[in-house]
Ligand binder design. Structure first.
Ligand SMILES: Cc1cc2nc3c(=O)[nH]c(=O)nc-3n(C[C@H](O)[C@H](O)[C@H](O)COP(=O)(O)OP(=O)(O)OC[C@H]3O[C@@H](n4cnc5c(N)ncnc54)[C@H](O)[C@@H]3O)c2cc1C
Length: 452
């Protein structure tokens, strides 16, 4: 009999298991594939490992501006993938080590609920006081298409054996934009299709505009407000149509949706309820309708992000341990897209803040306004902050440009520590750093922008 059985060892599951063990629970984690889940093995980490190579290639191409003469970099894609695999191996090895160090038992196999605190793994039936479901999500095709042949998902796009000559990417959310931006800079011809009217459509409109400009500079052919149809995978390429035109690419990558991985999980046996979107229904402490059964990560509502999955797992087992927990404010989770230019945000967009009736104040500061933007060679970035004038509340932060994915965190911290833009404006920032642009944007909201 275990105290806690976690099904799935992604960033949700393994963090849950370690936290459960820290709380004194006898814990096991069941994994049917690889420790670390999709995030470490196929998604977040492989993506960032390849994107890093594209960033290095970009820096080499821009070296002339810094007085260094080099030729066009040549990409040894086999070596790129070898490094990708090494990075994954190092991190997944680290997770295995952490599980062991914390006394978490790893059980290999497919887990399914058998009702009343029981989990089936192959021929074995295990029992636990608490069960945490953390099986993540799987790719979904767009209507009228199916995966197969040269029509691939995002995880396959980060595991190609050869550098493709051309890619058509359907969907310009975070994943699609990362794939487009990496492969374009590695030398592929990339077409990026988005059904909505702008790239990164869930970001603030100003950020989408700058991102699209950046994508076009990388040679990406951007088609917004465009549906791709008639996708047919052939021997050496895929053909498709969009509007009145027809297209062809080595691969079509569908980056336009995922669904919870619940097949064979025994939700019906244990009578675990789903919500209206087909996700597992949970309350603010990640409890399902079945006592003792929790669900977290991509299985439940909220943004599909690794750090969200991890935090939910901590909440679930702390609740199981009888500790006081607080529901996550999903809107305040930092969102990061590691394309070039880097994009990161939290909270409301300007449009959302206005629609919600806030007394909106907007501060925009280009990276070029602070010394670091010029020193490090990125004057085109932008920090845009959205505030509510009445109490100086920070409603949203939107950053595009170098290190945006790191810079966003201080705004999230300020908000969650109940600071507003007047506080961020007065916190002393080091010089010369890009973070000074964040401080200046807060000053702009507060009505006393110095540099700009
Ligand atoms: C290409 C791509 C890039 C991404 N990049 C980022 C990023 O940069 N940052 C970010 O925050 N998020 C990113 N995401 C999202 C992130 O990967 C997910 O939000 C995260 O992996 C969810 O974690 P999880 O623990 O819920 O599930 P997963 O990571 O999906 O892990 C679930 C695990 O459960 C296992 N499993 C499933 N069913 C069973 C079963 N019945 N029995 C036993 N084991 C089972 C699976 O094998 C898997 O290992 C990306 C996603 C994609 C597709």
């Amino acid at each position: 009999m275990y105290d806690v059985i976690v099904i799935g060892s992604g960033p949700g599951g393994y963090v849950t298991a370690i936290r459960a063990a820290q709380l004194g629970f006898q814990t096991a984690v069941v994994e049917r594939d690889r420790v670390g889940g999709r995030c470490l093995n196929y998604a977040c980490i492989p993506a960032k490992a390849v994107l890093r190579v594209a960033d290095v290639a970009t820096e080499i191409r821009e070296a002339g501006e810094f007085g260094i003469t080099v030729g066009e970099p040549s990409i040894d894609f086999a070596a790129v993938m070898e490094r990708r695999n090494r990075v994954v191996g190092t991190l997944t090895g680290g997770v295995s080590g952490l599980l062991k160090k914390n006394g978490v038992e790893l059980i290999e196999g497919s887990g399914s609920l058998a009702g009343e605190g029981r989990v089936r793994v192959g021929e074995r039936t295990l029992e636990a006081r608490f069960i945490v479901l953390a099986t993540g999500s799987v790719k979904r095709p767009i209507p009228g298409t199916e995966f197969g042949g040269r029509v691939i998902g995002t995880e396959e796009a980060w595991a190609l054996e050869e550098l493709p000559g051309s890619l058509a990417v359907i969907g310009s959310g975070a994943s699609g934009s990362e794939i487009a931006s990496a492969y374009a800079r590695l030398g592929a011809r990339v077409q990026l299709f988005e059904a909505l009217d702008r790239v990164l459509p869930s970001e603030d409109a100003d950020i989408s505009r700058l991102a699209e400009r950046g994508f076009k500079k990388q040679g990406i052919e951007v088609h917004t407000g465009t549906l791709v149809r008639d996708v047919r995978s052939g021997e050496g390429s895929v053909t498709f149509t969009f509007g009145e035109q027809s297209g062809e690419a080595d691969y079509v990558v569908i980056a336009a949706g995922r669904g919870p991985d619940i097949e064979g999980l025994g939700l019906d046996v244990a009578e675990v309820a789903l919500d209206e979107r087909g996700l597992i229904a949970v309350d603010g402490a990640m409890r399902t309708n079945v006592p003792g059964v929790y669900a977290i990560g991509d299985l439940v509502a909220g943004p599909a992000l690794a750090h969200k999955a991890s935090d939910e797992g901590v909440i679930a087992v702390e609740d199981a341990a009888g500790l006081v927990t607080h529901p996550i404010s999903y809107i305040d989770i930092p969102r990061a897209t590691f394309c070039a230019p880097n994009v990161a945000s939290f909270g409301l967009t300007e449009e959302q803040a206005r629609a919600q009736g806030h007394d909106v104040v907007v501060g925009k500061v280009p990276y070029g306004a602070v010394g670091a933007g010029t020193v490090y060679g990125d004057r085109t970035g932008l920090v845009k902050l959205i505030g509510d004038r009445q109490y100086g509340e920070l409603l949203g932060g939107h950053i595009i440009g170098a290190k945006a994915t790191e810079l966003i965190q201080e705004l999230v911290n300020a908000r969650l520590l109940e600071g507003g833009f007047p506080e961020v404006a007065r916190i002393i920032h080091g010089h010369p750093t890009m973070s000074e642009a964040v401080m200046e944007a807060a000053r702009a909201l507060d009505g006393w922008l110095i540099h700009g």
